[in-house]
Design a binder for this molecule. Structure first.
Ligand SMILES: [Zn+2]
Length: 172
């Protein structure tokens, strides 16, 4: 039997206490508390709180949202980078998808969160050459394309919201 660490022991204890741990886990915990004073006192007093599935699910959801947030930021950056080339039409698909991801992360707040994100990133991207002193910032073009992208992204967010709403209605 492999030795387990105190951390692993603490994680397993609630499962053992609740009687849902597998045989190997039970054995591992029992082996560990034979030699570990600290974990034994926790085990005997049952001071380790039982696992909360809701909390675990919340953590997974939080991480998923963080991951999707990264995809969204990079997706929008990528889309904005396509503006000067022929790949610009790819944004007809890309921006609504990013908007839909935004809805999943922020809910209806995505409508303004995503708008602000697109506008500010577009301004930053266009301001970069300005800092190097090579070009003039064309505010007209910044606002024009941003507005179109935001419109596409918002359409995606609204569609995602409506689909979500429809499914929720069906559940009730
Ligand atoms: Zn221990």
């Amino acid at each position: 039997m492999n030795e387990i660490s105190c951390g692993v022991c603490m994680d397993l204890m609630p499962l053992v206490n609740d009687g849902i741990a597998g045989e190997e886990s039970v054995q591992a915990v029992e082996e560990h508390i034979k030699t570990c004073e600290g974990c034994r006192s926790h085990y005997e007093e049952k001071t380790v709180p039982p696992t909360d599935p809701g909390k675990a699910f919340g953590e997974v959801k939080r991480r998923l949202k963080g991951f999707l947030g990264m995809i969204m930021v990079f997706g929008i950056l990528f889309g904005l980078g396509l503006t000067e080339g022929s790949g610009i039409f790819f944004n007809i698909i890309l921006m609504p998808v990013m908007g839909a991801i935004g809805y999943f992360i922020f809910g209806w707040n995505a409508l303004w969160e995503v708008s602000v994100l697109i506008f500010s990133m577009r301004i930053v991207i266009n301001a970069l050459p300005l800092i190097q002193g090579s070009e003039k910032l064309n505010f007209g073009s910044v606002l024009e394309w941003s507005a179109i992208y935001v419109a596409f992204a918002l359409a995606g967010a609204v569609i995602a919201g409506l689909v979500h709403f429809a499914f929720r209605k069906e559940e009730n």
